[in-house]
Every structure is written in structure tokens, then in C-alpha cells.
Design a binder for this molecule. Structure first.
Ligand SMILES: Nc1ncnc2c1ncn2[C@@H]1O[C@H](COP(=O)(O)OP(=O)(O)OP(=O)(O)O)[C@@H](O)[C@H]1O
Ligand SMILES: [Mg+2]
Length: 423
């Protein structure tokens, strides 16, 4: 007997992913991992077990110090030339199309097991702009993601803007005819949709007036905080003695910026980078910070630092948690740095300003003024940042701020729309 085929709604996120379907008129999210409705978009190629592991287990393997190669923020690589570069991992020559497609295949298989049906088609979320600086990279990113879905075994995939999906599922408390603004601040992008709650009862219940986005998210917050607080401890800004003559020069910034960037960390573990870092240490006026850089490259601790920064950010964002620190004991016993709420705000203000400008541009495109927006609906993990909420409240002082389940608002909408996505 052939099993029924359905469309699976998938939110493939920079930091977290989820999948769902419409069940008895409501979104039903699949437990890809037992008891969890979302899973980290993480992959760990386990060198001992000689296999890739995904999600929470991948994060745990990294933290545990298992031998292997860790990857996160894979979505940020879509649309770049790195996507189709083959690399040798666990004896196989694979590229990021293969890596992402295997992650998506895991979602497909788990969903099929859970729902006793085949998922031949997918409705995938996508940011309004994968890349803010180039139309061609943006188009290429969607093409790359489509290829990943096809390689994962889906026969077809359709895309929906992530904030529009969130709007579908998160307008319960609004009055008919009123205007809402979805603010979806995730790990990799910030996305906005202005919509009107339809009094006439259209099938979706809403009219989309405009959507817009910018490639800034929580991973960029982590990057900025790492560059400002952690990288100086590894030698950023250090003086390096010139090879010829008595002078000194500042250590080149590139390695520190790349080590602070989630999706670039894994590319720093190569002989050239290690040789260059060893040379810097040899010539450094003050050797200790550069010694740490060498430890990080040789022992592959870049992601441990990124997780430590992310944890520090979340602590510093919690008012009830004074004395937040970025704990760097993975690099050196007792190493770490304080991260006060004020210094975090200072580091992140330029990024929050760009996010604000994107919200203003979305309102312009919808041809509405800030005072016409009745509800601001904050979704996405980084919308929990105090600086985001305060920046948007300043922009829209009249609006009611609503919070919904930050990590599932988008997939709820995709699950709802999945039922009719291929009609
Ligand atoms: N309590 C918190 N306070 C601040 N930031 C948080 C909190 N919890 C999670 N985050 C941040 O939220 C981000 C992940 O959010 P989310 O899961 O919505 O992103 P995503 O959907 O995977 O990314 P995107 O939609 O951009 O592709 C991470 O950068 C994480 O550090
Ligand atoms: Mg998201």
C-alpha cells in the first residue's frame, strides 16, 4: 500500500531548525529530537565513530571535546562560492550542498517516521534577504537551498518569507483591520513584515503590505562581542616586531575577525593559518596573547569560544544576572572577561541601528507611518535582546508589543501554510 504524501513545513535556521505540518487546523511540530520542537542547526563529524551527528548531540560532542569537526551557521554560507567547494571529511569529498542536504534529510526521515506518511515536497522558510549587499548572491542562496532540498530527497520545494510565515500564525490578539509588524531577529538575519488583519475573512486572515530584511542576527552580535572582548586576549591589536629593522606593526586583523565569525571558524584550522600564527607569536612584543591564539588554532577551540561568547551575551542580557562573564576556561584555566550590560550595549548599538533602519524601510515600503502600527510582534531568539526591544519601542511608541514563542513562531506559520503550498 502506498503511503499518503504531504508537504512538510521546514524552518531551516542559522542557529535552530524545526519542521511541522497542519493537523486538525493547528500547527503540529515534529519532535526531531525527543521532547524538543526545535534542534540546533549543528553538525559534528565525529572522527572516532566516523559519522556525522546532528543537533543537540553535535553541540554536546563539541563541548565534550570529542575528536571531530564541528559546523554551525551553515545557512550563512548559502549563496557564497564556499557552498560547492569539495572538502575531504571522514574520507569523503563533500561540499556544503551535501552537508546541508543531509541535515534536511534527517528532518524528512524523522518527520516521516513520526507522521506515518511520505513528505515528497517541502515548504521552506527563507529570509527576505540572505545577503543584503548583492542581488545575485541572494538569488544564488535560494538556488543553493533548493538544491539542498532536492538532494535531501524532496521532489520539489517552495519558499515563503520567514516573517510572513510568522505573521500567519501570530496575530491572534489583534483587532480586525489593524496593522501589525512582525520583527523576526534570528541568528543570521533580521526580517520584517507589515500586515493588515483582514476583517473580511480571507483564507489566510491577513494581507501582507511589505516585507524586508537585513543580514544581521545574533551570530553578528556574538561576532562583535568576540572582536571587542575576546580577540584582544588572543593578540588582536598586539605589537609584532618587524622582520627587518627595529620597528613594530599591529598584528593583522583578518584571523581574529574570522575566528569571531561562526560560519568561518572551521576554515581557520589549516596549515597556513597555523604557520602564520606561529610566526606572529615568535615576533610578538608580548607573547602570551599570541600563544593563546596558537592554542586555539592547534586545539581547534574556535567554536568553544563562540559558544562562550553566546552564553556571555545571554547572561549579560538578563537583568537578574549581574556580573556576566565570557568564560574562556576552554582556552586557559581562569581566562575570561567581564561583560557588563553597558559595554554590551555599546558594542551592539551600531548593529541595532541598522536593524532599526531596516524596520523604518519596511514601513516606508508598506506606505505606513510608525503611529499606524497597532502591534509589534517580536519573534526569533535575538528579539529577546533588550537592545532590540528598546530600539523598536522607541521607533513605535504607540504600538502594543507582543511576544510569542520566539523559536517556533516561523515554523508554526510554515506548518499552517504547508497544507496548501502546492495547490
Ligand atoms: N535568551 C536569549 N537572549 C538573547 N539572545 C538569545 C536568547 N536565546 C537565543 N538567543 C539568540 O538567538 C539566536 C537564534 O535565534 P533563532 O533560533 O530565532 O535563529 P534562527 O531562526 O536559527 O536564525 P535565522 O532565522 O536568522 O536563520 C542566536 O543568535 C542566540 O544566541
Ligand atoms: Mg529564524
Amino acid at each position: 500500500m502506498t503511503r499518503p504524501s504531504q508537504t512538510l513545513g521546514i524552518d531551516f535556521g542559522t542557529s535552530n531548525s524545526a519542521a511541522g505540518i497542519l493537523l486538525a487546523g493547528s500547527p503540529h511540530l515534529i519532535e526531531i529530537e525527543p521532547g524538543e520542537k526545535t534542534l540546533p542547526t549543528s553538525v559534528f563529524f565525529d572522527f572516532d565513530r566516523r559519522q556525522p551527528i546532528y543537533g543537540t548531540h553535535a553541540n554536546a560532542a563539541l563541548i565534550n571535546g570529542d575528536e571531530g569537526r564541528f559546523m554551525r551557521a551553515l545557512k550563512s554560507i548559502l549563496g557564497t562560492s564556499l557552498m560547492r567547494e569539495k572538502r575531504l571529511i571522514l574520507g569523503e569529498r563533500i561540499d556544503f550542498i551535501d552537508i546541508i542536504s543531509r541535515f534536511l534529510k534527517l528532518l524528512k526521515i524523522r518527520a516521516e517516521e513520526a507522521c506515518y506518511c511520505d513528505f515528497d515536497t517541502a515548504l521552506s522558510g527563507r529570509p527576505v534577504l540572505f545577503h543584503s549587499d548583492s542581488d545575485s548572491k541572494n538569488a544564488q542562496a535560494e538556488k543553493d537551498l533548493r538544491d539542498c532540498y532536492l538532494a535531501a530527497g524532496f521532489k520539489d520545494v517552495r519558499f515563503m518569507y520567514e516573517p510572513e510565515a510568522a505573521a500567519l500564525a501570530n496575530h491572534q490578539h489583534m483587532a480586525p483591520g489593524s496593522l501589525g509588524l512582525i520583527v523576526d531577529i534570528g541568528g543570521g538575519t533580521s526580517d520584517f513584515t507589515v500586515f493588515k488583519l483582514d476583517g473580511a475573512g480571507s483564507s489566510s486572515g491577513i494581507d501582507i503590505l511589505a516585507s524586508h530584511g537585513v543580514r544581521i542576527g545574533g551570530t553578528d552580535f556574538d561576532r562583535r562581542l568576540s572582536i571587542d572582548n575576546v580577540m584582544p586576549l588572543l593578540g588582536k591589536g598586539s605589537q609584532i616586531r618587524d622582520v627587518f629593522g627595529p620597528g613594530t606593526s599591529t598584528a593583522p586583523n583578518a584571523i581574529f575577525h574570522d575566528l569571531a565569525t561562526w560560519q568561518k571558524i572551521q576554515f581557520q584550522y589549516n596549515p597556513d593559518a597555523r604557520r602564520a600564527a606561529a610566526e606572529l607569536e615568535k615576533m610578538a612584543v608580548e607573547r602570551v596573547p599570541l600563544q593563546r591564539l596558537n592554542t586555539v588554532l592547534n586545539e581547534e577551540l574556535g567554536h568553544d569560544i563562540a559558544f562562550a561568547v553566546e552564553r556571555g551575551k545571554i547572561h549579560a542580557n538578563t537583568p537578574a544576572h549581574p556580573g556576566a562573564r565570557i568564560d574562556l576556561r576552554a582556552v586557559e584555566r581562569h581566562l575570561g572577561c567581564d561583560l557588563s550590560h553597558d559595554s554590551m550595549t555599546q558594542s551592539l548599538t551600531p548593529l541595532a541601528e541598522k536593524i532599526r533602519n531596516c524596520a523604518v524601510e519596511t514601513l516606508d515600503r508598506a506606505d505606513v507611518t510608525p503611529d499606524q502600527i497597532g502591534s509589534v510582534i517580536l519573534v526569533g531568539g535575538s528579539s529577546l535582546m533588550g537592545i532590540i526591544e528598546s530600539t523598536l519601542c522607541q521607533l513605535l511608541p504607540e504600538a502594543t508589543v507582543q511576544r510569542t514563542a520566539a523559536l517556533t513562531a516561523v515554523v508554526d506559520g510554515l506548518a499552517m501554510a504547508s497544507a496548501t503550498a502546492f495547490e
